[in-house]
Structure formats: structure tokens, C-alpha cells
Design a protein around this ligand. Structure first.
Ligand code: SF4
Length: 362
């Protein structure tokens, strides 16, 4: 099921679902290159997470380079790189979302999704109805498994998987349910322009992403999800008891669940989720985006300690407990293709430190 309205375009990417409600800061901090964390009272959580929840993609983007993520959230346009000697005009790099390889990746995902189900367009007129559609998509996956289907794709998951009081949302690429062993496998598809497997830094992002998805799913099926927390975080406590639209109620007719309000729908779906089991294995599949040929697979081993370390590092920034960080010197190669390299304060500071250290040593 996909939703359409005046404000939210139909989408199944967890990064896109809340982008419409995010705004660049209005305090004037978006001047090129200015680091807002050093310019006075600054709370990134209240300034940027207007939608009151994080997407899993938010955190994976942050793991690549937090400074880059912040520039993008501030609405800073990509900047031309410093010209090399002899160069006159250097083209402005495209934003990540506009890059051809990113668009090609989205097409591959869409094609795979359409292999196993069709879209039904739903008119939505409120935030509550938008979330009702996500919940119905989750219900469709749960009921699919319970009725004998073995593969579901684009499954929404949400919750507070680390008990920090924050709300997270993501869309799992694929879940496979083995009826005989009653086990669930999570599979994440990554498309690549090249025919090589990604390097360590990208793999780290991908592994983190699927581990968070696993936590979200496991919390749902264990009944560790609080409907009240969900509705409060999204400021939906009042709307949750209003009647759902006829269109959404009709969609439920095809399922075994009936509900008149968002709260009832959520409660019933959470209850149905508890008939299922936790994810027992997690894989990441890499595919070359033009040929569709598999490049390889990574089987993800649980590493609770590493997951928690990465998660808390991310949240320290959002909760204002530390300043923004760019990449460390060992990962300076990321800066070479960065659209903010020519204005990046972090990079300038690190280059300065490096020059100073070399000067002292010589
Ligand atoms: Fe991050 Fe380097 Fe880009 Fe700065 S130049 S935003 S440190 S990748």
C-alpha cells in the first residue's frame, strides 16, 4: 500500500518518509560552512527532527560522516570542489539523492517490490492516516506469513529498540519465513555501480542498518513496543481515537482485523505481530545495478557491543552531549568525493592540525 497526499509523495524509502516535515534551520545558522554547534545554544534534535522520529537511514548517514549529514540537514547546497592547477571551471557535484547510481538503486528496489505485490493508492489527509498506512503495510506482512506466504518485501518497522525514549522507523527490504522451522530471515539488498563489494566503511553502515532493523522487528514480535509511547512521540494521542477514513477502513476489510481508530488498529496489529518470531539470520546481498547480477553476500553476525557503541555515539550528538564530528584522518578519502569539501570546517581544522604536527616533527 502506498499513500498519496498533497504533502507526502508515495514512497517506500525509510529516508524519504519524513523528509517533507524536516526544515532547514530558521535561525540563520545555514550560512555556508558555519558550524552551528559552535554558534551558541543548539539542539540538533529539536532543530532537525521536526517529525519526532528518526529513520534508520538517518543513523547510517550519520555513521558515514556526521558533518556531511549536518550540512545536508542545514540545507546547504553542494559546493564546487577547489579547482586543481590548470582547471578553470569545476562542476558542482550532485546531491546524493540526485546521483544516477542512487536513482538506479531505487528503481531496482521498486522492481523487486513489484515482483511480489501490487500497489494500492490510498488518499490520506492527516498524519495519523499516514501512519495507519504504515501499520497496514506491517499487517499485510504479518498476515502474509501467517497465511503461508514465505517472502514479504518493504516491511515497515518502528519502535524504541534501545530503550532511550526515542522513536525509530525503518523499512526492511525483505523477510523470509520458513514455515517448517518457524524462523525468519532478514535480507537487505544493496545495489552497486561497481562490480566489487563495498569497502569497510560502507559495510559498517550496512551492518549497523540491518542490526537496527532486527532490533525493531524483534521488539515488535516480543511485545516490547509501547503503543502509548508511539502515539505520544508522534503527537497522535488525540487523533488516535478519531474514526479512520472510510478508505482505510475498507482496506482492512480484506484482512482479518477490524478497527475504527488508529489506536485500535495499532493495538490489534501489535497483538498479531506476537504470533511471529524473532529474526534468526540476517544477510546483506550486493547486486550490480545495471546487470542485476549478484556480487556477493554478507552474513551478519550479532555484535551487541559494537551495535550499542555505534548507536550511543550517534545519539550523543542528537541529544546535544557532544559537538558534531567529521571523518578522522584514516578516512580522509571520504572527503575527496564530498560535495562540502571546499567549505568543511572540520576538514580545514584537521588539515591545520596535520600541518602543525608535521612542522613540529620536522
Ligand atoms: Fe565530512 Fe570530509 Fe565532507 Fe567534511 S569534507 S563533510 S569531513 S566527508
Amino acid at each position: 500500500i502506498t499513500h498519496k497526499s498533497g504533502q507526502d509523495s508515495a514512497t517506500h524509502s525509510d529516508s524519504d518518509t519524513c523528509v517533507a516535515s524536516r526544515q532547514p534551520p530558521t535561525t540563520g545558522v545555514a550560512d555556508k560552512g558555519e558550524n552551528p554547534l559552535t554558534s551558541g545554544n543548539f539542539n540538533p534534535l529539536t532543530m532537525f527532527i521536526k517529525s519526532q522520529y528518526f529513520t534508520v537511514t538517518d543513523l547510517t548517514t550519520q555513521l558515514w560522516c556526521e558533518q556531511h549529514m549536518l550540512y545536508a540537514l542545514m540545507g546547504i547546497e553542494p559546493q564546487p570542489p577547489e579547482p586543481l592547477e590548470g582547471e578553470v571551471q569545476v562542476p558542482v557535484p550532485l546531491k546524493t539523492a540526485d546521483r544516477p547510481e542512487v536513482k538506479a538503486g531505487k528503481s531496482v528496489h521498486l522492481a523487486r517490490e513489484l515482483e511480489i505485490h501490487d500497489f494500492v493508492k490510498v488518499k490520506i489527509s492527516s498524519k495519523g492516516e499516514k501512519w495507519a498506512v504504515h501499520i497496514l503495510n506491517l499487517l499485510s506482512a504479518i498476515q502474509g506469513f501467517l497465511s503461508g506466504i514465505s517472502v514479504v518485501r518493504e516491511v515497515p518497522v518502528f519502535g524504541d529498540p534501545f530503550g532511550t525514549g526515542d522513536l525509530f522507523f525503518g523499512i526492511i527490504d525483505e523477510l523470509r519465513f520458513d514455515q517448517e522451522t518457524y524462523s525468519v530471515q532478514l535480507s537487505e539488498l544493496k545495489t552497486r555501480k561497481s562490480e566489487r563489494l563495498p569497502g569497510k566503511a560502507q559495510k559498517k553502515q550496512h551492518i549497523f542498518q540491518v542490526q537496527v532493523y532486527k532490533r525493531l522487528w524483534d521488539n515488535l514480535v516480543r511485545g516490547e513496543f509501547s503503543a502509548d509511547h508511539f502515539l505520544t512521540k508522534l503527537s497522535l494521542t488525540e487523533e488516535a481515537d478519531q474514526p479512520l477514513s472510510d478508505e482505510i477502513v475498507q482496506l482492512m476489510d480484506a484482512s482479518a482485523i477490524s478497527a475504527e481508530t488508529l489506536r485500535q488498529l495499532l493495538t490489534n496489529v501489535l497483538s498479531a505481530a506476537q504470533s511471529l518470531v524473532c529474526i534468526s539470520s540476517t544477510i546483506i546481498e550486493y547486486v550490480q545495478q545495471d546487470t542485476g547480477i549478484s556480487i556477493g553476500q554478507t552474513k551478519v553476525q550479532d555484535d551487541e557491543e559494537r551495535l550499542l557503541r555505534a548507536f550511543h555515539w550517534c545519539m550523543e550528538f542528537w541529544h546535544g552531549r557532544r559537538e558534531v564530528q567529521g571523518v578522522e584522518i584514516e578516512e580522509a578519502w571520504k572527503c575527496h568525493s564530498c560535495e562540502y569539501a571546499s567549505i568543511c570546517e572540520w576538514r580545514q581544522q584537521k588539515c591545520e592540525e596535520y600541518r602543525l604536527k608535521n612542522a613540529l616533527q620536522s
